[in-house]
Design a protein around this ligand. Structure first.
Ligand code: MF3
Ligand code: CO
Length: 296
């Protein structure tokens, strides 16, 4: 295996760090120079370790096939009267049958294979054989997958039976927020440009976005740099460049953005005012012109 010291300055004629086999000068040299200029202007820029190679992206996409299959299967089976443990079983079974590992399981002690967050639960709800879905619930199912060391992560909302139209609107607007995020991932602009657009759409609809929890780089590890906020300001946060891979996953609250953590299980986050919260999550890779959606 070739050892590449990322701190060492690569010579113009050395092989590029990205593994293309091309000379550095005809591959990523101009790219690195461009990043350095932004850094000199005081901007936060990505380190090389979070820029994915073509091989990495291929691996992440393979992992994503399992991730998407899990949520597709949950979507087929989810119904009132089902327990959240049964959702966990679906994710565990589909993941294992396709050769993957659920990334949530044992992650910092998380006890289950997926997160199931209902109504006022903002995120990190723990599947439970005694928790039964009922008519009118809205639930986020957040699934993450490891395949051959590559991580994928996405979540979807499901409306159970007859959902209050105001709650349905929250779910729909949250999905629109994610689409606006996707549309605003552009290389050589900032995460704060994108995050602010997402935030504005929530605010325009009378909602708030959770401030303390956001998206994250994802691919070679479950949670990598950068942290991705959706209450950020234009021109701030990390510069987006081709090859960066991260999640867009705003948690949108119908009421205030205040939240608290479950004191008993140490995981589940709730809205302080008890009003509902919704979240959709996709994983994207930044391209030369925008981004490609890897999970949905
Ligand atoms: N899937 C969540 C995310 O989007 C993380 C859950 S961590 C867990 O980042 F341990 F709760 F699963
Ligand atoms: Co995530």
């Amino acid at each position: 295996m070739q050892y590449i010291n990322h701190n060492h300055k690569i010579g113009r004629n050395d092989p590029c760090w990205c593994g293309s086999g091309k000379k550095y000068k005809s591959c990523h040299m101009a790219f690195d120079d461009k990043i350095r200029k932004f850094a000199m202007e005081g901007h936060e820029v990505p380190s090389r370790s979070i820029i994915k190679t073509a091989k990495d992206i291929e691996g992440i996409k393979e992992s994503a096939k399992i991730n998407i299959a899990c949520l597709d299967e949950v979507g087929k089976q989810i119904h009132a009267g089902m327990t959240t443990q049964e959702i966990d079983n679906i994710v565990a079974d589909v993941t294992r049958s396709m050769g993957g590992i659920p990334a949530c399981l044992n992650y910092e002690g998380f006890p289950k294979s997926v997160c199931t967050s209902i109504n006022d639960e903002v995120c990190h709800g723990i599947p439970d054989q005694n928790r039964i879905l009922k008519d009118g619930d809205i639930i986020n199912v957040d699934c993450s997958t490891i395949l051959n060391g590559y991580f994928s992560d996405s979540s979807r909302m499901f409306c159970i039976g007859n959902v209050d139209p105001a709650w349905k609107k929250l779910v729909d607007v949250t999905r629109e927020c994610v689409q606006i995020g996707i549309d605003n991932v552009k290389p050589w602009t900032f995460l704060g440009d994108m995050g602010d657009k997402v935030h504005q759409h929530a605010l325009e609809n009378g909602y708030t976005i959770v401030r303390q929890i956001g998206g994250h780089g994802c691919g070679l590890e479950f949670h990598e740099d950068p942290y991705v906020s959706y209450v950020s300001k234009p021109g701030t946060e990390m510069l987006m460049v081709p090859g960066m891979c991260f999640t867009i996953e705003p948690m949108v609250n119908m009421g205030s953005d205040d939240i608290y953590e479950d004191a008993d299980n140490g995981w589940t986050i709730y809205t302080e005012d008890g009003k509902p919260s919704a979240q959709w999550e996709v994983q994207v890779v930044v391209t030369e012109t925008g981004c490609e959606v890897i999970t949905y």
